[in-house]
Ligand binder design. Sequence first.
Ligand SMILES: Nc1ncnc2c1ncn2[C@@H]1O[C@H](COP(=O)(O)OP(=O)(O)OP(=O)(O)O)[C@@H](O)[C@H]1O
Length: 285
Amino acid sequence: MESTSADIIASLNQVEFSYAPGERKILSGLEMEFRRGKVTAVMGGSGCGKTTILRLLGGQVLATSGQVKFEDQDISRLDHEGLIAARRKMGMLFQFGALFTDISVFENVAFPLREHTNLDEEMIRDLVMMKLNAVGLRNARDLMPSQISGGMARRVAFARAVALDPPLIMYDEPFAGLDPIALGVTAHLIKDMNSALGATSILVTHDVPETFGIADYVYFIADGKIAAQGTPETLRASTDPFVQQFIHAQPDGPVPFHYPGIEIGQDFGLDSQPISQPIQQNKVS
Ligand SMILES: Nc1ncnc2c1ncn2[C@@H]1O[C@H](COP(=O)(O)OP(=O)(O)OP(=O)(O)O)[C@@H](O)[C@H]1O
């Protein structure tokens, strides 16, 4: 079925990106679409540029060329107010989304509401309690961050990220460091919250089983480009060696486990053979 721009909340069109002029390209020729109402995962090895994609969408960094669009607006063309307004529509939950340690769980979730709205106290209370209820922590509202576990803190950060009912929610490594139960709970929370809020979620993660369980669409990134994309079902059935390596967590394959350079034998004085990929190639100037 043909998609229209109304179906797409955000997109990247032919995006190139380097952190500084003339420096190594982190992303190149990137084409991505994030569909409304869906959970889209962005996966790939460490350092392949996943978090950078979230930063581009949030306007924290600007594309070197190409377009990054959010709700049909080119992020790079927004003025300061426009960018603030766009960001208000994006909930961002980063890996260690720190809570404010000197205020209660309740006040942490109330913070964005107090900061960005003129709602009265009663309304703020109702909204905070609804969000805390959704993450199972209504009864922890009066606790301080130092009195709750890491997993609970993550859920409070979650409630805070969705306090303003953002149409787009971005998660950076939401499963990192969680035990298997918390992992399953978090995955369901992401899926349920997406449906309950009628939101769109973008998930940056390494975790294949949990992600494939909740994502509607998956992009695999390698070397700053899209290496594969599709629904979890099509990717599971794919015979592409890159997809197979990633899905089955094989240490070596198209993506090498070792950072390229000299052979191990040389490092231990056992072998002085030159190597096929000289280390000079990877020198950072
Ligand atoms: N502020 C920065 N300045 C310069 N280079 C950066 C900066 N932030 C990230 N990089 C580099 O950009 C590349 C992509 O980083 P990014 O954080 O997007 O990767 P990632 O795929 O999210 O990695 P991980 O899964 O390990 O978090 C990395 O090589 C990183 O070293």
